[in-house]
Design a protein around this ligand. Sequence first.
Ligand code: NAP
Length: 342
Amino acid sequence: MTLNVGVIGVGMIGQDHIRRLTTVLSGARVAAVTDVDLDRARSVAAGLPGGARVHESGRDLIGDNGVDAVMVTSWGETHEEYVLAGIAAGKQVFCEKPLATTRAACERIIDAETATGRRLVMVGFMRRYDAGYRAMKETIVNGEIGLPLVFHSAHRNPAVPRSVTTEGVIADTCVHDIDISRWLLDSEVAAAQMFRPRRSRRAPDGLHDPLLLILEMSDGVLVDIEAAVTVHYGYDIRGEVLGETGTVALAETGAVVVKSGGRQAGRVPDDWRERFVRAYDTELQQWVDAVGAGTSTGPSAWDGYAATVVTDAGIEALRSGQRVAVSLRDQPAIYREGGTTW
Ligand code: NAP
């Protein structure tokens, strides 16, 4: 059976996921789309084989009986409304990060989902599907480096739009490092602290770049996250876990190393689409397969909630210059039972 997906928000990542669902993955088709820019939605629908219905609003799309499952790829501020409407309609929802932009909004989603007694929401933390991070996790779980002690994570973007703020880097960029830290280390964040290294002269006005976010995990592991979003040289994601008896680190991602003229070189990805292309494919195929089988998978609303609570703490730490303690509510049972990918 083919899963009919409705997509809310056909901007950059919405269109990339539509391409994926249409030409790369199996078992799904895009049946309907919407966007605040309806012309954009019509143009995307017209480019699909057989077309797709265009709805005037996300709520109309969710109410479409021909839509089996919903993908939310609009701006973060709109996610809560659509995720809640999807849950109310009893439909499975794939929501790009962030699940929602405030702790209270994430809690409303958790309450609504919990009331249904089953998981309906998956959050797009695609790093969990990256072959490198999965091999790191396997190394840790197998005990090959002993107990983890420190995780170094670096998130480097060549450039960002001038509209990006320092707080925005914590909410939109560091959120991936926060989620991967929780997943790799299998523990929650207990406290956050922010440091501002020397400011790059390349940083636009209003942006302090780079940033250093320190997380204390509940079991004592320390995580340092370097977010540098004006590095110019490429999109570079680095990670290394120091354990009691060894280390495990992400390898360079280029397919080849070129040696010439006494130097060696490899390719640095242009952006996140190139670096994580396979991870996005795997993430969405697993979602399609799970929804088709009537089950759920992947990062949950709980994971989305935890990440937002930690980004909030990071932003508070940035403003106050203080260490900020992190506390989460009690985890509902639906997030403790099966259905996850590891
Ligand atoms: P984008 O290019 O601005 O696309 C967002 C689209 O949603 C735009 O077409 C926007 O229309 C539309 N939109 C805004 N409000 C809407 C509403 N109420 N109903 C329907 N459509 C609406 O942004 P993007 O880069 O694709 O990001 C979208 C989401 O994906 C964000 O939450 C972002 O954090 C997330 N994301 C995740 C990753 C990842 O690595 N997992 C990577 C990139 C983005 P207008 O532009 O006309 O206003």
